[in-house]
Design a protein around this ligand. Structure first.
Ligand code: MG
Length: 256
């Protein structure tokens, strides 16, 4: 029996694009037939938004769910309900100055920045650049605003649109490392993603898998890009192919 831990981003990675639902169902069936495989979703979505995606696509539920770019971690109970990992929540909260974050929001965000609409993020801020604003310029202003309000944070730009303002040292990879250690999960860890908020995931994974349309050299350290396997196909089919290429699937499918 092959054991491994598959930690995957959702949007642009696991969630099927047009015409990719059959690929997703094949990948899920393959994982179900692998009793030694552990599945974790690691997303920038909030917990509720991740649950919505699981519901909407009828996804095979993962055993663990890292939400909010790593600031929250949940475990699925045998009855299908979810439980937040309090130890991780406490650790992240210890690095997050909620008061300073609140002061920054109350003082008004710098020009060119806005709060991501409809988002209730946990222990972080989810911002985006305003329409027409320059990403680099908005990023500089955001750094200055954090400094001015005494908010110690990591600012993670992605998709040429978003800014995740995170507790220092907290990201998907840090949550994954904590999960791996505290739950004594199997290795190797396969980490799949497509954007800059997956860099921590790639760093921690034994086998980083970068989706075909994901990150380029401008957005990621070249060494990390070189270490990652670039998936040959977009979406679930690319992940499936990568797992097979790593020799992790007990029974290879030949219908591709
Ligand atoms: Mg993504």
């Amino acid at each position: 029996m092959t054991v491994f831990h598959l930690a995957t981003d959702l949007d642009g990675t696991w969630l099927p694009g047009p015409g990719q639902v059959p690929d997703l169902r094949r990948l899920e069936a393959t994982l179900l037939a692998q009793p030694g495989a552990v599945l974790t979703f690691a997303t920038g979505r909030t917990f509720l938004s991740a649950l919505e995606a699981i519901e909407r696509w009828g996804l095979l539920p993962p055993q663990h769910l890292i939400s909010d770019v790593g600031t929250a971690l949940f475990h699925r109970r045998p009855d299908g309900s979810w439980e937040e990992d309090r130890a991780w929540a406490d650790r992240v909260a210890g690095h997050w100055d909620a008061g300073a974050a609140q002061r920054l929001l109350e003082a008004g965000l710098p020009d060119g920045l806005q709060v991501q609409p409809g988002l209730a993020p946990i222990r972080r801020l989810g911002l985006q650049r305003a329409a027409g604003a320059d990403m680099a310029d908005a990023g500089r202003k955001l750094h200055l605003a954090c400094e001015a309000h005494g908010l110690k944070a990591d600012i993670l730009p992605s998709h040429d649109l978003y800014f995740d303002v995170l507790p220092p040292g907290v990201h998907k990879g840090a949550a994954l490392a904590f999960l791996q250690q505290t739950q004594d999960l199997p290795r190797p860890v396969v980490g799949c993603g497509d954007s800059a908020n997956d860099l921590g995931l790639f760093e921690f994974a034994d086998h980083p898998v970068l989706m075909p349309a994901g990150l380029d050299d401008r957005e990621a350290p070249p060494a990390l890009i070189r270490r990652a396997r670039r998936a040959s196909f977009p979406g679930p089919r690319g992940i499936h192919e990568a797992l097979a290429a790593f020799g992790l699937l007990d029974e290879e499918e030949h219908d591709h």
